[in-house]
Design a protein around this ligand. Structure first.
Ligand code: HEM
Length: 416
């Protein structure tokens, strides 16, 4: 039985914090391997990257998710008791609930709502000297998400609730105040949404058919029981929070348009295929979730290495999306690569891999694609704007990444 390389230092937490998204791929390159051993947060871990590693990672026989996420991620980004930590039948039942919300009509609706709130916001941008696109897009997406999910949101709540959702997204890898803000935001939002779930159940709060709020309120688990209100709230946040998270991909789309002007011209012609390829390339090229985590269920061997039961394993999403064996010139932004590149469930994995129902692959991938397309349509065909001088660089050690200036635009006008 062969072994796999180990890092030189016994614990790599500091290296992960300083190298961020590139931590795993740098070591895979250095050791000429697809997997290596180290310790993170003092815990033994195997890090893997690449298409073959993704295939094995998403094999439910070998890996489970319960207990795979560190507390600091559960207490901020994900919450406790949600779909991400379930396995087997319990996971399938809960995941079916999420996927039932993803019909073509519902995907179309989130696109329409995003377009509606974007148009409203754009009117006010036209009267402002400078607009912070990141802040504004987050507000648009919070409004669209709440309307789509049927979560009441009065005007005075828009800003504070958006900020709570953003705080949850930014907290897991943050230290100090930013981390604690994320915990506080989650507690507050869960409490409010748990009350909403109770109101929906008692008919004190009317809801539309097939909306996320109603679906979560009346979903029954594998044993035929309603979810505890706090868990239903966690799941409702698993819809609202990631819709707002798409704002980061929208800012990166705006950055890509700014840095590669020929694509703006192509998208202005309404070329649907180019739009799809552009959106895919934004998701492949720009950093968002660095990794996903699992735990070895039963000892097994793969590529000559024996994975012991209980071992923590990280799959490198960012590194797989930039794996030179899968992507020619991976560090170049080239949407046309998708003209000749077939994508499958394991080679383009910014939102996880595998099957939507059987595995933990992101339930909101189609929503993400639709919302990004609506935003790109608005940015290229409905508005004109200037990008004033600013620091658009982003650090790969800041997770999740975002340009330092957050993307400021000025002179916004409706396109004639
Ligand atoms: C899971 C990324 C948008 C709902 C995930 C996972 C990733 C991810 C990496 C984990 C996959 C795994 O564990 O194997 C993203 C990114 C998004 C996004 C980068 C866009 C910026 C959305 C949206 C929704 C959503 C819009 C809902 C409307 C979920 C849910 C899960 C999930 C419910 C848990 C699935 C499960 O555990 O079975 N997402 N996501 N996500 N995502 Fe997303």
């Amino acid at each position: 039985m062969s072994n796999i390389p180990s890092t030189r230092w016994p614990d790599s937490t500091l290296a992960l914090l300083t190298e961020g998204y590139e931590f795993i791929s740098k070591r895979c390159q250095r050791y000429n391997t697809d997997m290596f051993k180290t310790r993170l947060l003092l815990q033994k871990v195997v890090c893997m990257r690449g298409e073959e590693a993704a295939k094995i990672f998403y094999d439910n026989q070998h890996f489970k998710r319960h207990g795979a996420m560190p507390q600091r991620v559960q207490k901020t980004l994900l919450g406790q008791g949600g779909v991400q930590g379930l396995d087997g039948e319990a996971h399938r039942c809960r995941k079916d609930m999420f996927m039932s919300l993803m019909s073509p009509a519902r995907i179309d609706l989130i696109g329409q709502l995003t377009a509606k709130h974007w148009r409203e916001a754009q009117k006010s941008w036209q009267t402002q000297e400078k607009v912070n696109l990141f802040v504004e897009v987050n507000l648009i997406l919070c409004r669209a998400a709440c309307e789509w999910a049927d979560v009441p949101l009065v005007e005075a709540q828009v800003k504070p609730f958006t900020e709570e959702l953003v705080a949850m997204i930014e907290a897991p890898a943050a230290l100090g105040l930013r981390h604690w803000q994320g915990r506080k935001a989650r507690d507050h939002a869960e409490e409010r949404l748990a009350r909403l779930i109770e109101d929906i159940r008692s008919n004190a709060q009317p809801t539309g058919e097939q909306t996320a709020a109603r679906t979560m309120a009346f979903h029954k688990d594998v044993n035929g029981n309603l979810l505890e209100p706090r868990i239903a709230a966690v799941e409702l946040l698993n819809i609202l929070r990631p819709i707002v998270a798409i704002g980061r991909f929208i800012v990166f789309s705006a950055l890509a348009l700014h840095e590669h002007p020929p694509y703006r011209q192509k998208l202005q012609t309404g070329d649907e295929q180019m739009l799809t390829h552009f959106v895919q390339e934004v998701r492949r090229y720009y950093p968002f979730f660095p990794t996903v985590a699992g735990i070895v269920k039963q000892a097994f061997s793969w590529q000559g290495y024996k994975f012991p039961k209980g071992r923590w394993v990280l799959l490198d999403l960012y590194g797989t999306n930039r794996d030179p064996r899968l992507w020619e010139r991976p560090n170049e932004f080239r949407p046309e690569r998708f003209e000749s590149r077939d994508i499958n469930s394991f080679n383009l994995i910014p939102q996880g891999g595998g099957d939507y129902h059987q595995h933990h692959r992101c339930a909101g991938e189609w929503v993400t694609l639709e919302v990004m397309k609506v935003a790109l349509h608005a940015l290229t065909q409905e508005m004109e704007y200037t990008v004033p001088p600013q620091d658009l660089s982003f650090s790969l050690s800041h997770m999740p990444a975002i340009p330092k200036s957050r993307f400021i635009i000025s002179d916004v006008q409706a396109k004639p």
